[in-house]
Ligand binder design. Structure first.
Ligand SMILES: NC(=O)c1ccc[n+]([C@@H]2O[C@H](COP(=O)([O-])OP(=O)(O)OC[C@H]3O[C@@H](n4cnc5c(N)ncnc54)[C@H](OP(=O)(O)O)[C@@H]3O)[C@@H](O)[C@H]2O)c1
Length: 254
């Protein structure tokens, strides 16, 4: 699927990777970009192709309204997400865990459901779901974030399977450390959001279903393939090894 001439809806488009998607889509010739955000006034309408859309992923009525309004969408980018820095065993209650599942799993699932008929009507189109390297392994300190992204990973594979007959391309992305507010407390070199957006869209155009868009993402994938049991049973040690190898790598942050 070509980005040039496409009509795209991006969630979480007011900042970070979502904002970079909007800018990159405009550069690549998208005909129309619906830039969705909880507060639509935060959307920078930098190009006539951009239309701001109010959208909170935890509000199904807003998702339905967006699907009704944006009937010409050919590509849905489920980018919006939140993190959850809590241990599983000793939180005050489950509120943070339920919220991260609402935003990172049920939100994108409801978006896929709402926009599937729109994409079908427009010839099939595509869905690009932004996951995380945290979907591949349990990140100590953020296990509920990992769980929500792993759930979104399996959901994405299911959506791909269920929408294959209508010709919808479903691709997933596992970013590593990206220079946005979400990862600002991690003291490692990070890849820029615009690099991630450009690589994702180019890979999507090539039809790639699974996208590792940066060095840390590829390193995590390789470690998992080569040392599956160690990574899954000793995640703390595995993350330490990965980060140590990453910071010493001459191409860290790319
Ligand atoms: N940064 C990284 O290192 C990294 C690595 C791997 C994966 N990712 C993933 O990349 C995606 C984008 O994150 P980012 O790095 O750009 O982080 P970010 O700067 O924190 O942006 C998160 C975006 O998600 C939006 N959002 C949060 N809750 C929402 C809700 N209930 N409804 C609608 N929008 C909501 C935020 O909107 P508000 O401004 O209204 O809060 C914001 O636009 C996320 O899915 C994240 O998990 C990031």
């Amino acid at each position: 699927m070509k980005i040039n001439g496409s009509v795209v809806l991006v969630t979480g488009a007011n900042r970070g990777i979502g904002k970079a998607f909007v800018e990159t889509l405009a550069k690549m010739g998208a005909a129309k970009i619906y830039a969705a955000a909880r507060d639509a006034q935060e959307i920078e309408v930098a190009s006539p192709a951009v239309t701001a859309v109010p959208l909170d992923l935890t509000k199904p009525n807003q998702i339905e309204a967006a699907a009704q309004r944006c009937q010409d969408v050919t590509l849905l980018i489920n980018n919006a997400g939140m993190t959850c820095i809590e241990n599983l065993m000793d939180p005050p209650d489950d509120a943070a865990f339920r919220e991260v599942m609402e935003v990172n799993y049920f939100g994108p699932l409801t978006m896929c459901r709402a926009f599937a008929p729109v994409l079908k009507h427009n010839g099939g189109g595509g869905i690009l779901n932004i996951l995380s390297m945290a979907a591949m392994m349990c990140v100590p300190g953020a296990p509920a974030y990992s769980a929500s992204k792993a759930a979104a990973e399996m959901m994405s594979h299911g959506v791909r399977f269920e929408l294959a007959d209508q010709g919808t391309q479903v691709s997933i992305v596992y970013p590593g450390y990206v220079n946005t507010r979400m990862s600002e407390t991690f003291p490692v070199k990070k890849v820029s959001p615009s690099t991630i957006a450009a690589r994702c869209l180019k890979a999507f155009e090539k039809g790639e279903a699974i996208i590792y868009p940066d060095l840390f993402s590829r390193m995590t994938h390789d470690k998992l393939v080569n040392e599956t049991e160690f990574v899954q049973t000793e995640p703390q040690a595995a993350v330490v090894q990965l980060v140590e190898a990453f910071v010493e790598h001459p191409e860290a942050g790319t």
